[in-house]
Design a protein around this ligand. Sequence first.
Ligand SMILES: Cc1ncc(COP(=O)(O)O)c(C=O)c1O
Ligand SMILES: N[C@@H](CCOP(=O)(O)O)C(=O)O
Length: 471
Amino acid sequence: MNPSYVSTRGEAPELGFLDVLLAGLARDGGLYVPSEWPHLSAETIESFAGAPYAAVAEAVISPFVGDAFAPADLRSMIDEAYANFRHPAVAPLVQTGTNSFVLELFHGPTLAFKDVAMQLLARMMDRALMLRGERATIVGATSGDTGGAAIEAFRTCERVDVIILFPHGRVSDVQRRQMTTVDAPNVHAVAVEGNFDDCQALVKAMFNDHRFRDGQKLAAVNSINWARILAQVVYYFTSAVALGAPHRPVSFVVPTGNFGDVFAGWVAKRMGLPIERLVVATNSNDILARTIETGRCEVKGVHPTTSPSMDIQVSSNFERLVFEAEGRDPAAVRRHMASLGQAGAFTLGNTPLAAIRGEFDAGRANETETSETMRRLLRESGYLSDPHTAVALSVSQRLAGDPEVPRVVLGTAHPAKFPDAVIAATGEHPDLPEHVAHIMQGAERMTVLPNDLVTIQAFVAEKSRASLEVV
Ligand SMILES: Cc1ncc(COP(=O)(O)O)c(C=O)c1O
Ligand SMILES: N[C@@H](CCOP(=O)(O)O)C(=O)O
């Protein structure tokens, strides 16, 4: 079967997997989702017990790919992507208390959960471009982790130029150096004088300028790209099965910013994984927690925190959930998104809000709670967490819930990416693993640009080699 994909705003063409992979944002400004959700039987899920990560990934991902790639090609891309991880389980579970676990997603090349999807996305995009004889110009926005992961994954792809926008002065030194010390002709790190929301708005504006988008052959690596979400669905299956699924439900607490990771959990549930609750954990940039509590999605200013990758107000992937909660009514999504664009807010009706609350809980952790959680966890369980993971650990600790249901907190980054926050909270100095440590010495290359679409577009056009003959 060949799956097709529809836009949440209902005014873009329905596409197959390869087109969605290369399209990024839909041409109507919406996000692509599968036209139908595949379902895995309890027997299939049960068969994942003890299977290698790559085998589970193949089973979860292939129904969304259809015959866009030959099965053997898909499997070899998956095998290669996860051979790059430094833990044999790829995403190991660590027990931190009674029925409490951290799912460590940071054993990839850049020490954040983004590697899990990006390592596969790069291989799939490169293959798709080769099959089509095309080049692409990736424009991405990062609050710190997506950028480094994308640069690492794409720096050797000859058909791709990568331009990453990050908020100037608002990422950690390690995150910045992961982007600026890579000396590859196809990689360009741009420090934008603004915040992450500004960077993301610039990326979306470039996609919504169809002449520019087509001329530069733009492609996306942010979670607006469906394939990013897809690869993130896999670890919900591996971890839940390790804890007894499908015979036993599991809950997940997810440090949340752009809503991609927790939406991947919703997809896993939709595919048949028995997930009891999905908990959205935010730092003090708590628009999503407020929305789930009150139904009113209202943008307020972004505050810098010690979990900078979650300093986000406009969460791209919430649109995918709103589409589902509104009964897949694209007109409702268009109304909400127009209101968000014009008035900075929209309000969900009772029915969609009840649908969301039926599956999601939400909570926030402020700076004191986050650092106190890092300290307490180290004291009580000897576990050193990064500040993003600590936001979720803090929310998890204060959350009511069935104590019999295992609770998994997603560990989204290695503590050594955020040494200042970790040292301030715990006094411990987390060392960078050897394969990353060299970045602290390398020369940095970056361009500082104003938060201005025309200037950014001129920079992208100058760096893009989209019009070159394909080799
Ligand atoms: C370390 C870390 N944790 C959590 C998040 C939030 O994930 P998402 O944007 O998928 O909600 C991010 C950024 O995406 C991140 O880099
Ligand atoms: N926290 C992210 C923000 C971008 O999110 P994405 O999942 O849409 O790429 C980051 O680290 O850049």
